[in-house]
Design a protein around this ligand. Structure first.
Ligand SMILES: N[C@@H](CCC(=O)N[C@@H](CS)C(=O)NCC(=O)O)C(=O)O
Length: 201
């Protein structure tokens, strides 16, 4: 049995949980909550970066970050599953990079507010990050990530990222982005793991 270390509100961890479900690999993993703020949590010895998700393999290795874990899951499922081989591979990795970058920029804003005293907040930095999120969302509204039958890692990463915006930014992204709203609804109804992994936090 492999162990996936997660936190309840991590969009990267949610992405991995959705991928595991999409690939029907659930029985091979147990989920273990990690507290990345607790210096005594084993996550810091399992992954020196102290981040979730971290995947503990049966041979003692620990895998991170989330894209490496997705590559591992794709191979575990026989390849060409959530990461296509051939011509589509670069496009899918590219859409994953966009969705992950959007999520990174959202998380940096959350951390800025969490770690700095209010008087130390850098508004230009927050705006700089917010600009990345807004431009990525506008691009995704104009050119939606396409997928058929089974979602690839780009689509999974975007769904997890939008869910994180819903959780931390009151779903403001929904205003003026009707196609993206419909995209997430379609993803949610086609992929039961999206609702099953809803953030609790
Ligand atoms: N690039 C990493 C990002 C993972 C990440 O930043 N996870 C956050 C939770 S959403 C975390 O563990 N933060 C704790 C910390 O940075 O100390 C990935 O894709 O796995």
């Amino acid at each position: 049995m492999m162990t996936l270390r997660i936190s309840a509100t991590s969009p990267y961890a949610r992405k991995i949980r959705i991928a595991i479900s999409v690939l029907k690999l659930d029985r091979q993993f147990e989920i273990s909550m990690a507290d990345t703020y607790d210096p005594n949590d084993e996550i810091r010895s399992q992954n020196p970066l102290g981040k979730v998700p971290t995947l503990l393999l049966e041979d003692g290795r620990a895998l991170y970050d989330s894209l490496v874990i997705l590559e591992y899951l794709n191979e575990l499922a026989g390849g060409n599953a959530i990461i296509p081989s051939g011509d589509e591979r670069i496009d899918v990795l590219h859409s994953h990079a966009l969705a992950s970058g959007l999520t990174d920029a959202a998380l940096l804003q959350v951390y800025e507010r969490r770690w700095r005293k209010p008087e130390m907040l850098s508004e230009p930095w927050l705006e700089h990050q917010a600009g990345k999120v807004a431009r990525a969302l506008d691009l995704l509204e104009a050119t939606p990530i396409e997928w058929r039958d089974r979602p690839h890692i780009g689509a999974i990463a975007l769904a997890a990222g939008l869910g994180f915006l819903d959780l931390r930014f009151d779903g403001n992204w929904r205003e003026s982005r009707p196609k993206l709203v419909r995209w997430l609804e379609a993803f949610s109804s086609a992929v039961p793991a999206y609702a099953a992994t809803a953030f609790k936090g």
